[in-house]
Each structure stands twice: as structure tokens, then as C-alpha cells.
Design a protein around this ligand. Structure first.
Ligand SMILES: [Zn+2]
Length: 477
């Protein structure tokens, strides 16, 4: 964007709560099941059935609100958002419009330059999801099918203030938000699986102005990268519009990830929002709210601070170890087993996380439970195996239930630390490579690396590198 303008961006994020049941009936909350499996008269929205509000939905929604520093309201209520669409055949959606569950939250995000910005959250309200439309082709006839598995699934909608100023900030905010919601245990926030969907309101104004110009809404984005790309495109489009002397018009657009452009869409008819008479008002007492607050897991920023002070991690290590709840729990389980915590953090960052990424699983599922991983690191710490061997053992741990010690014994990974054995190796290597020895004595330091490599190779990769270096230094001088 040119320096003449700045962007004003607000986000609306729909998050599906990971409750066992839907919001107003006891059908399983599993939208991905075989279509129309998880339905009943309430969530098919047949006439004559009263909604039955789920306590679990209230608990999960409250956890989400608390994890985003919101003020949970003592009283909230549902409204009927009136509109008709084939995915909402009853003609209204139960949503909290006039009295949302929570208000006035915030998240501090840190950009690449280490600058912290507070992004305010205006409100969080609960609502039921609508059914899902599936568009297919039967011969030459296009058909639209309705799947009610998602009808009535429990959602919260998080509405930010227009405090974001760039696509990068918007993406960073979403990453922070996702981490905290996952920590809170209220949602998986998987954009791939559609449990987190984002709308963005974007306008631009002359830099330094505090005017709010006409905004454009970009609907239903399903990846954080798409959000960034769509906002960047939209800012450029609005700049061009102003540049040729036209005005930005209030409307809704869709991001097309293939063509990488936004296109105008016809807005849905938005009807009135009227108080719903069928769901009782939700009244929360202090005691219950205190209990929810007490049960809220430690949040990532606080945990990072504790990891730094309790385990002596650097700020960077602490941030990485607390970036996801399962990673943080894995780290702590390993660190509590008497291993150097920094060694554990470095090995989780350098070896476990890449392995997880490669196999697309979580630390707990990666086949290397914290107990065995800690045992492996203890072998490394006690210099019974070297780092190369530890990496090999780690790979084998994934495929077997044996202990690290058993694998070391079975595959002969035990480190060679016997002085006599190492001396013999060094003497042989020095004798076989007289020119490298000569070079080293001339002060060419690279020659030492070469000789170390040869000696390590001669030991079958099992030499204790520290002792090897000591002996090599001594012999060569
Ligand atoms: Zn149902």
C-alpha cells in the first residue's frame, strides 16, 4: 500500500465449540459424519419443538471468553436473527445480538520488530450454526442437497474492534487467537476442517486521519494465509478505486484463492433481530464464573514466563515450548524427569517438532512418550550415546515400544568412550592422513574438522566427540 493511506481492519471470527452435543438438542456435534445422521426434530427445526440449551456449550463459550480477556456478562439472551435461506429453513437463527455473552476483551500481539499492539475485542456471542448446502450435478441437472448434521452446532462469534492496520497484523492476531482458544480447550480452531471461519471488514483512510470510511466485508475465509492475501488485495483495490476518483461502496466480497482476487457477491437479505421467547435468559452467578476462571488452563504467555524462570529457558525457547498446549505439556513432562530442561527444549524444537510436522501428528501421538524421550536424553547427557546416535534412536523409538536403552544395545549405538580405544583410532587416522596433520600444524584450522570427521567415521559414528577432540588435540601437538 502506498504511504498516503492506512488500512482499518476488523475481524469477525466464527469458532465451532468442541462440545459433545449440539447447542439446543442432544444430537452429537459431529458435522463430518454421514449426511443427516445427527438430527432430531429440534435440529431439523420442525414446528412444535422447544430448544434445550446445552450447559456444556455455555461452559466452553465462557472458557473461550475468559481466554480472550473478556468481561463475561452476568445476563445474556438469545435473539432470532430473521432471514430465510435453504440452509436455514426455519427462517431464523438463534444468536445473541442485543445481549452478548461477553464484551470488552483484548489480545496483545507482537510483530516482527518486537512491537506490542493491543487489539480490542468488542464482543463474543453464542449462536447456532446453520445446515450445510452441498452443490452437485445429477446428469445435466445441478442439484443442491442439505445436510443437517451441522444445523444447531454450537458456535461463538468473536468481533474485534477495527484496531488492525495491516494484513500481517490480522494474520498474527488470528494465530494468537487460535493458540489461546486451543489452550482453553473450547475449540480445535481448525481452518481446514471449517471449525474456524473468518470475515474481514476493510476500509482505508489517509494516514493520520481518524475517520472511519466506507468498509467492504470479505466473507468466509478458511485459512490464515487467505485472510492475509484477501486483505492485501482489498486494500490495493480500494486504493485504485480512490485513485481513479471513484468511491468505495459498502458491499460484501468473496476471496477466490485460485485467482487470488476478491469478487463482489450478492448480499443475503438481512432481516430484523428480535428477542427469542423460547430460550430462557442465561444468568451467571459469581461463584460459577469464579470456578470457570479457576479451571482455565494456564495461558501461553504466562506459561512462557514460567518456563523461562522455572526451567531457565531463553525467551525464544520458552515461547516455542509454549506455542501449542500439547507441545508445552510434552516439554514439561520431559523436563520433570530429571533431564536438563534446555537440552529437552532444544531437542523438542530440533527433532520432535520436525518429526511431528513430517508425520502430521501431535507430540503425544508421535509414538515417543515423554518417559522414553526423557530416557533417551538422559543417555545423551550421561555421554552413553552421542547426538548422531540419539537421532537414530529417536527414529527407531517411533516404530517400536522398546526402551531407548534396549535400542542402543540392540543396534550397538553405545558411545565409544574408552580412552585406549579412542587413542588407537586417533593414532591410525593421524598416520593415514599426514598432509592434513601438516596443514593443521601450519595453522589451517579446517584440517582439524577433516581429521575429526575421519576419526568419527572410523568409530562407526559412535565416538564420544568431546573425548575424541581432547585426544586428537593432545596427539597432534
Ligand atoms: Zn438434534
Amino acid at each position: 500500500m502506498s504511504t498516503a493511506y492506512e488500512a482499518v481492519i476488523g475481524l469477525e471470527i466464527h469458532v465451532q465449540l468442541n462440545c459433545r452435543t449440539k447447542m439446543f438438542c442432544r444430537c452429537p456435534n459431529r458435522p463430518g459424519d454421514e449426511p443427516n445422521r445427527n438430527t432430531c426434530p429440534i435440529c431439523l427445526w420442525l414446528p412444535g419443538n422447544l430448544p434445550l440449551f446445552s450447559r456444556e456449550a455455555l461452559e466452553k463459550a465462557t472458557c473461550a471468553c475468559l481466554s480472550l480477556n473478556c468481561e463475561v456478562q452476568r445476563e445474556s439472551a438469545f435473539d432470532q436473527k430473521v432471514y430465510y435461506y435453504p440452509d436455514l429453513p426455519k427462517g431464523f437463527q438463534l444468536s445473541q445480538f442485543h445481549h452478548p455473552l461477553a464484551k470488552n476483551g483484548w489480545l496483545d500481539i507482537t510483530d516482527a520488530d518486537g512491537l506490542s499492539t493491543r487489539i480490542r475485542i468488542q464482543k463474543i456471542h453464542m449462536e447456532e450454526d446453520v445446515a450445510r448446502l452441498v452443490h452437485e450435478q445429477e446428469g445435466k441437472t445441478p442439484v443442491s442437497l442439505v445436510d443437517f448434521n451441522r444445523a444447531g452446532a454450537p458456535l461463538v462469534e468473536i468481533v474485534t474492534q477495527p484496531d488492525l492496520r495491516s494484513p500481517q497484523q490480522a494474520m498474527e492476531f488470528l494465530r494468537y487467537l487460535r493458540t489461546r482458544l486451543r489452550y482453553s480447550g473450547s475449540s480445535e480452531c481448525s481452518m481446514e476442517q471449517g471449525t474456524m471461519r473468518v470475515d474481514a471488514n476493510v476500509s482505508i483512510r489517509p494516514r493520520g486521519s481518524d475517520r472511519m470510511n466506507t468498509k467492504v466485508e470479505i466473507k468466509n475465509m478458511n485459512s490464515i494465509r487467505h485472510v492475509g492475501d484477501a486483505i492485501a488485495y482489498e486494500i490495493a483495490r480500494q486504493e485504485n478505486t480512490l485513485h481513479v476518483g471513484e468511491e468505495v461502496v459498502l458491499h460484501t466480497r468473496l476471496w477466490d484463492p485460485e485467482k487470488r482476487i476478491t469478487t463482489a457477491m450478492r448480499g443475503k437479505f438481512e432481516g430484523p433481530c428480535v428477542p427469542d421467547p423460547s430460550v430462557p435468559r442465561i444468568v451467571i452467578d459469581d461463584e460459577w464464573l469464579e470456578e470457570m476462571r479457576r479451571n482455565l488452563p494456564e495461558m501461553p504467555d504466562r506459561k512462557a514466563g514460567r518456563f523461562a524462570s522455572q526451567y531457565g529457558l531463553t525467551a525464544e525457547e520458552a515461547a516455542l515450548m509454549s506455542s501449542e498446549r500439547d507441545v508445552s505439556e510434552y516439554f514439561e513432562a520431559v523436563a520433570k524427569r530429571g533431564v536438563s530442561a534446555r537440552l529437552a527444549a532444544q531437542w523438542i524444537a530440533g527433532q520432535v517438532l520436525p518429526l511431528m510436522k513430517e508425520h502430521n501428528d501431535a507430540p503425544a501421538q508421535n509414538g515417543v512418550d515423554p518417559e522414553r524421550f526423557a530416557d533417551l536424553l538422559l543417555l545423551l547427557e550421561r555421554e552413553e550415546i552421542n547426538a548422531n546416535a540419539a537421532k537414530e534412536v529417536l527414529k527407531k523409538l517411533r516404530e517400536s515400544s522398546a526402551s531407548p536403552g534396549e535400542i542402543v544395545a540392540e543396534f550397538g549405538y553405545r558411545q565409544v568412550s574408552g580412552a585406549a580405544e579412542l587413542e588407537a583410532i586417533v593414532e591410525r587416522v593421524l598416520a593415514e592422513n599426514p598432509s592434513a596433520v601438516e596443514n593443521f600444524r601450519k595453522g589451517i584450522s579446517k584440517a582439524m574438522g577433516f581429521l575429526m570427521g575421519k576419526a568419527m567415521q572410523a568409530s562407526g559414528g559412535k565416538a564420544n566427540p568431546r573425548l575424541l577432540k581432547e585426544i586428537m588435540d593432545r596427539k597432534i601437538r
